[in-house]
Design a protein around this ligand. Structure first.
Ligand code: GRG
Length: 301
C-alpha cells in the first residue's frame, strides 16, 4: 500500500469511529427510542465513502500541528454535511438514484420521509459537533468553523450550486464553460475548499498558509468534479458504486460535453498541477496533499 493509501484508509476508519460515537444511538440498554428509525437512517447515510473531505481537513489541520482528535471531529462534521447532501440529492425530487456507495440509497433502504429527515438531522448534527468545546477550547475558533461550514454549504455554496444545476437541467440552453465552472465551484467545490479552510483554522495557520491550502482546494475541487464527469461518462457502475451515464441522459451541463473526453482529461491534469503549485510555501509538509491531488486524477470510484 502506498503511504497515501495507508493514510486515507486510517483516516477513513477513524472518521467512521468518530461518527459512530457522535451520532445519537437508537438503542440504549436494549431499548429502542421512539425516534430510532431516524437515528438508524442517519447512521446508514454516513457509512462508507472515501471520506476525502474529512481527509483534507484532518491532513491540513495536522500539517499545522493540530491534535488529531480535534481534527477528526471537524472531519466528522464535514462528512455529516456531505452525507446529508448525497441523501437529498438521491431523492426522487432530485436525481432519483437507487444506488449510492454500492448499496441502496437511504430513501430506498428506509423511505422518502425518513431520508429527508435524516438529511435534515445530519445537517444539524454537523453544527452541534463544531459548537462543542471538545472540538476546540477557543469559542472564537468554534464560531469561525461554524460560520465557514454554514457559508460553504448554504445558498452561496453547495445548496446554491444544486439549485443552479436543477434550473439548468430544465432549460434547453446549455450552460457555458464559465457558468458550469461557477456552478460546480459552488455545488461540489465549496465543501472541498472549506475542508481545507477548516483544517487551517483549527491549526491557527498564517494568512499565507491558509490561502495556499484554499487555492489548492479550489483547483483540486474543480479537478475532482471533472473526474466525476469523466467517471459518469466512461466509468463502470460496479466500480463507481452508483449509477453512471446519467448526467448526459438528464441533459446536465458536464465538463465532458463542454470540453470533450480528451479536453476534460487535459483540463483535469492541468488543474492538478496548478493545485499542487499553490502548496509551494508549505514545502515537504504538504506532500500528502500533493499525492491526494495525483490520486484524484486517476480514481475509479
Ligand atoms: C441536495 C443540498 C443538496 C446538495 C447536493 C454535492 C451535491 C449537492 C450533490 C452530489 C451530486 C454528485 C454526485 C456530485 C458529483 C461530485 C460528488 C459530490 C461526488 C460524491 O463525492 P465522493 O466521490 O463520495 O467524495 P463518497 O461516497 O466517496 O463520499
Amino acid at each position: 500500500m502506498s503511504d497515501l493509501a495507508t493514510r486515507l484508509s486510517a483516516t477513513a476508519d477513524d472518521v467512521a469511529e468518530t461518527l459512530k460515537s457522535l451520532l445519537p444511538r437508537s438503542e440504549v440498554d436494549g431499548v429502542r427510542c421512539a425516534e430510532a428509525r431516524l437515528l438508524d437512517a442517519m447512521h446508514y447515510a454516513v457509512e462508507g465513502g472515501k471520506r476525502m473531505r474529512a481527509f483534507l481537513a484532518v491532513e491540513t489541520a495536522q500539517m499545522f500541528g493540530t491534535d488529531r482528535s480535534h481534527a477528526l471531529r471537524v472531519g466528522a462534521a464535514i462528512e455529516c454535511i456531505h452525507a446529508y447532501s448525497l441523501v437529498h440529492d438521491d431523492l426522487p425530487a432530485m436525481d432519483d438514484d437507487d444506488l449510492r456507495r454500492g448499496r441502496p440509497t437511504t430513501h430506498k433502504a428506509f423511505d422518502e420521509a425518513t431520508a429527508i429527515l435524516a438529511g435534515d438531522a445530519l445537517q444539524g448534527m454537523a453544527f452541534t459537533i463544531l459548537a462543542s468545546e471538545a472540538t476546540h477550547e477557543n469559542p472564537f475558533i468554534r464560531c469561525e468553523l461554524v460560520a465557514c461550514l454554514a457559508r460553504a454549504s448554504g445558498a452561496r455554496g453547495m445548496v446554491g450550486g444544486q439549485m443552479i444545476d436543477i434550473e439548468a437541467e430544465k432549460t434547453n440552453e446549455p450552460l457555458s464553460l464559465e457558468a458550469t465552472s461557477r456552478l460546480q465551484r459552488m455545488k461540489t467545490g465549496a465543501l472541498i475548499e472549506v475542508s481545507c479552510s477548516m483544517g487551517a483554522i483549527l491549526g491557527h495557520a498564517s494568512a499565507t498558509n491558509r490561502r495556499a491550502v484554499e487555492y489548492y482546494a479550489r483547483d483540486f475541487g474543480l479537478c475532482f468534479q471533472i473526474c466525476d464527469d469523466l467517471l459518469d461518462a466512461t466509468g463502470d457502475v460496479a466500480a463507481v458504486g452508483k449509477a453512471v451515464a446519467k448526467d448526459a441522459a438528464a441533459g446536465k451541463a458536464t465538463f465532458v460535453d463542454l470540453l470533450g473526453l480528451e479536453g476534460a482529461k487535459e483540463r483535469a491534469a492541468l488543474l492538478t498541477e496548478q493545485a499542487k503549485s499553490h502548496l509551494a510555501p508549505l514545502g515537504g509538509r504538504a506532500d500528502t496533499l500533493r499525492a491526494l491531488a495525483d490520486y484524484a486524477l486517476t480514481r475509479q470510484s
